[in-house]
Design a protein around this ligand. Structure first.
Ligand code: ADP
Ligand code: MG
Ligand code: ZN
Length: 625
């Protein structure tokens, strides 16, 4: 087969099985590499379409495709989603009863299962691998491959056992997938899995559909409630740092009539599972969670992610915000950040036992603080973290959108730092503020600090203003606390450069109440590549109607709604209003299997809406059995 026909055959399979007309970036290269028997390392961002890179080959390859996936709880959903596209998928993990597992094995043997999801624990079992060796395995796909690396944000010791695959299946290609793009992780994955001259792909990590905005925390629970109210009916995730704040934030949302479920490690497995399922199935609008939530959640219509506290690292922030907008439609990431976040982070760092761990955490904190407080495009900063160049301006962050004013604060910075130096670099923000404002407190008197030249030089601003300025200095890395959260400020080398006038200090100035008002009144700006949803009232109403139908169908089958059709597909239907199956097949995301299974139900709903202008209120018909 020439490579030309090959490409055509693959494109044809893409349309027939998945209903897509084109590949996302790099999917075709990855699939071609796999089909030619090469090993692959692919770092593509969340939502980049990694699953399809092994699912499509599983249709074409003669033998079995084995997918290793870390989360047992999600395997069922992944397999359900694959089956919706007509793929011969099944899974094996410890949640299956022996007779169910037996049935899966039989289906693997007789070839009715071609795509087998397994947990890493399962693959670690010698007996299991022995059985696999008797079969014709065509491909091992390792999903979330960063779990193998301690440099990743999700290290899992059981992923290390995947190192045996190469030795025991020397002729079977291995394809590793991850959304974690740092070089450390890439090197670890290639080395530990023993990939042989892998085709290495690094995608574009810019999530153009996400708008990034950072705001000062005032009363954060109230800020979150007001944010969610501005995003009515849009599914979203609120991340909080502690279980307690998850509980109180959930209660606060619920008290204002917003449907919200919580998720953290303190809940029973049952409650966690039920709450996650309710969110995935669009039965609650919001999930409030600690970082325990989200990895591998394939819900594609998450419209926003809010951080009520500062994340541990830019990596974590990128992954967490990356859960929004996976369908490519506009989404927003909002981070609320305040000085107590810095204190908390320092507290944890001070408690770390290992020097190396402490250093890594210090570095992460510095990067994170620069991200929130530098007047530099957020996207540029995020991408720089992944070694990806960006022009320095975008249409999707608060800095570039001009929501944030920057001001030259070199002179006040010099005043505060001069007071620090003159008092021996051992006092904290409150005492230094008293000095520059010129307040003779007992302590100021006791040390004779009312005698120094900087006493009272900053009386034009309030004490609170100065404290905030010093927080900004700390965030910018100009001043440090060498001995933990409680110690006084000392100057860094960068701080000295500002003090001596060699460098300037540019701070972000924002009037949060004003910004909130502006944002409330205007729709999020979208910089997504396709303007797919022209807001037309009828299309909106039909979209709502199709969503209801999707939910009913999903309930009947016990699967999440998005595995039936994505929001994007429903919007496409609402806009194009197909009247027959062939028109329906032209809608993005509708393949033959889904058209055969759901086409009639959706076409009926569309026709009825066109004639009556409203939704049918009876239950959707089941037409798949
Ligand atoms: P990842 O695992 O890389 O985060 P997924 O495999 O879950 O991403 O895919 C994210 C979404 O993109 C899914 O809804 C999927 O159906 C969709 N998708 C994948 N490939 C394509 C494509 N070629 N065209 C359109 N949508 C796609
Ligand atoms: Mg994935
Ligand atoms: Zn920007």
């Amino acid at each position: 087969m020439s490579s030309h026909t090959n490409t055509e055959a693959i494109l044809e399979t893409l349309g027939r099985a998945f209903g897509f007309t084109s590949f996302r970036p790099h999917q075709d290269e990855i699939i071609a590499a796999i089909l030619s028997g090469r090993d692959v390392f692919a770092a593509l961002p969340t939502g980049g379409g990694k699953s399809l890179c092994y699912q499509l080959p599983s249709i074409v390859l003669s033998g079995l495709t084995v997918v290793v996936s870390p989360l047992i709880a999600l395997m069922q959903d992944q397999v359900d989603a694959a089956k919706q596209n007509g793929l011969a998928a099944a899974f094996l993990n410890s949640s299956l009863a022996p007779d169910e597992a037996e049935r899966v094995w039989r289906s693997v043997h007789d070839g009715t299962t071609r795509l087998l999801y397994v947990s890493p624990e399962r693959l670690a079992l010698e007996g299991f691998r022995g059985k696999l060796r008797e079969l014709n395995v065509s491909l091992f796909a390792i999903d979330e491959a960063h779990c193998i690396s301690e440099w990743g944000h999700d290290f899992r010791p059981d992923y290390r056992s995947l190192a045996v695959i190469r030795a025991e299946f020397p002729s079977v290609p291995i394809a590793a997938f991850t959304a974690t793009a740092t070089r450390h992780v890439q090197d670890d994955v290639i080395r530990i899995l023993g990939l042989h001259e892998p085709v290495t792909i690094r995608g574009d990590f810019d999530r153009k559909e996400i708008f990034y905005r950072v705001q000062r925390k005032e009363k954060v629970a109230e800020q979150i409630v007001s944010f969610v109210k501005q995003h009515r009916d849009e599914p979203g995730i609120v991340y909080r740092a502690t279980r307690k704040s998850v509980d109180t934030t959930t209660a606060k949302l619920a008290a204002t009539g917003i449907s919200a479920a919580r998720y953290h490690a303190g809940l029973s497995d049952d409650e966690r599972r039920a709450n996650q399922a309710a969110f995935v199935r669009d039965e609650v609008q919001v999930v409030v969670a600690t970082i325990a939530f989200g990895m591998g959640i394939d819900k594609s219509n998450v419209r926003w992610v809010v951080h009520g506290d500062m994340p541990r690292s830019l990596e974590a922030y990128y992954q967490e915000t990356g859960r929004a907008g996976r369908d490519g439609e506009p989404a927003e990431a909002r981070l609320f950040f305040g000085p107590q976040d810095i204190a908390t982070a320092r507290y944890h760092i001070d408690r770390m036992e290992l020097e190396q761990e402490r250093e890594r955490a210090e570095g992460s904190l510095r990067d994170m603080l620069r991200f929130v407080d530098a007047g530099v495009c957020r996207r540029t900063q995020l991408l720089a973290h992944f070694d990806q160049d960006h022009t320095g301006e975008c249409a999707g962050c608060d800095i570039c959108a001009g929501d944030v004013r920057t001001v030259d604060r070199t002179v006040p910075a010099q005043m505060a730092m001069s007071a620090m130096v003159r008092t021996g670099e051992r006092f904290g923000a409150h005492h230094i503020a008293d000095i520059v404002v010129g307040t003779t407190t007992e302590r100021v008197e006791q040390f004779g600090h009312n005698e120094i030249p900087t006493f009272g030089v900053g009386a034009e601003h309030s004490r609170a203003w100065w404290i905030r300025l010093m927080q900004d200095l700390e965030a910018a890395g100009l001043v440090l606390r060498r001995d933990g959260a409680k110690s006084g400020f000392s100057l860094s080398a960068a701080g000295r450069s500002v003090l001596t006038g060699k460098e300037t200090f540019i701070a972000i100035e924002r009037d949060d109440a004003e910004i909130e008002r502006q944002i409330g009144g205007r729709k999020r700006r979208s910089n997504a590549p396709e303007p797919s949803d022209v807001p037309d009232d009828d299309a909106e109403a039909l979209f709502a109607c199709l969503r209801l139908l999707r939910r009913t169908l999903a309930r009947q089958q016990g699967v999440p709604p998005y595995v039936i059709f994505s929001d994007k597909t429903l919007r496409g239907m609402a806009r194009l209003r197909p009247v027959d199956e062939s028109a329906l097949l032209d809608v993005h995301g509708v393949g033959e299997t889904k058209a055969a299974r759901y086409g009639a139900a959706f076409l009926t709903a569309i026709t009825e809406f066109a004639s009556s202008g409203e939704c049918r209120d009876d239950a959707a018909p089941t037409n798949d059995d």
